[in-house]
Design a protein around this ligand. Structure first.
Ligand SMILES: Nc1nc2c(c(=O)[nH]1)N[C@H]1C(S)=C(S)[C@@H](COP(=O)(O)O)O[C@H]1N2
Ligand SMILES: [Mo]
Length: 320
């Protein structure tokens, strides 16, 4: 039986508001006061990015409406989790120190032909599209982001993994000379570099998105430039930034947060309002820039796409 059912995010009337029209000044000031100082500097630097001419690109109509207004760029790029650059949300300036050219991405492991691709060569091989996704951090806040990128699936197909490949492992740069958080002393106990992983089936899901831009421009450094992952049905820590290596592996990768605190951060990390973090509830979330708290949805509202990935795995800790 085939019933055409409209999914939650396929809402006909576009409620997405362009950033410059949406900006709620009071919420903005409250959430990201320090953003004001960096606005003009950030705009100038974005033009130096050699990939700037690739943006903006066409919006994929399947992901055109997240059911909530887009979070203003000014909030998004100045309220970040990027522990390589410090523990606060205000890492925008520190992240500006990261050189994003030259930048290459290693694709290796169980693949027919391992390769190292310069980011601009990789960008030539892929089909860029825009998608508006909800982002839910494990810390119970959320945003709506107009990403530009390409499907992880298309990269997997390009890499031609062998049958032995069961998981995809992602790794962030390790540059203690630039990234204050990676310097000995500060968090020397953290097992840098940041690592995350997915099953092959998750990597092949249409939602899994490799992001190179946002808001119709190259990605700001604070948001993971030049390439990061976004997995809208999982807690934000799975969406690894500053990727330098993508490996096809036989064993389940152990992410950095899982390595630090496995009682709080697991491999699956699917969003679920009914499963509390050991230290707080996940039932509600603060929508940044709106002053609103809204109920959190199972799989962050993307269950129609991804619930099937987890059938038969009910005994696994899917929601932490
Ligand atoms: N390399 C790296 N990737 C990372 C993180 C990080 O600290 N380092 N933080 C994660 C967390 S907890 C979240 S919520 C998102 C935040 O992305 P944003 O700052 O673009 O909103 O990035 C994720 N990716
Ligand atoms: Mo997060």
């Amino acid at each position: 039986m085939l019933i055409k059912q409209r999914k939650g995010w396929e809402i006909t009337e576009s409620r997405v508001t362009p950033e410059h029209m949406f900006l709620n000044r009071r919420a903005f000031m409250g959430t990201a006061a320090s953003a004001v100082a960096v606005l003009s500097a950030g705009a100038a630097r974005a033009e130096d990015d050699p990939s700037a001419g690739l943006y903006p690109v066409k919006l994929n109509p399947t992901y055109a409406d997240a059911g909530r207004p887009v979070t203003p760029l000014e909030i998004n790029r100045a309220y970040n989790n990027y522990y390589e650059f410090g523990t606060s949300k205000q890492i925008y300036d520190a992240a500006e120190a990261l050189p994003i050219r030259p930048w290459s991405v290693v694709i290796d492991g169980e693949v027919e032909a391992p390769v190292t691709l310069a980011i601009d060569d990789l960008l030539k091989k892929v089909q860029l599209e825009e998608r508006i996704y909800r982002h839910r951090c494990v810390e119970a806040w959320s945003m709506v982001v107009p990403w530009t990128g390409f499907t992880l699936k298309s990269l997997v197909e390009m890499a031609k993994p062998k049958a032995a490949a069961k998981f995809v492992r992602f790794e962030t740069f390790n540059k203690p000379e630039i990234a204050v958080g990676q310097q000995p002393g500060l968090f020397s106990s953290y097992p840098w570099p940041y690592v995350e992983g997915l099953t092959m089936a998750e990597a092949m899901n249409d939602l899994s998105f490799l992001v190179t831009g946002a808001y119709g421009k190259p990605l700001p450094k604070s948001m993971g430039s030049p390439i990061r992952l976004h997995l809208p049905w999982k807690y934000g820590f799975k969406s690894i930034k500053g990727i330098v290596k993508i490996s096809f592996v036989t064993e389940r990768p152990i992410g950095m947060w899982e390595a630090i605190q496995s009682s709080e951060y697991g491999f699956w990390a699917n969003v679920n309002p009914e499963v509390s973090h050991p230290r707080w509830s996940q039932a509600m979330e603060e929508v940044l820039g709106t002053g609103e708290r809204v109920p959190t949805q199972l799989f962050n509202g993307y269950g129609a796409f991804v619930a099937g990935l987890y059938s038969g795995l009910e005994n696994e800790p899917l929601y932490m």
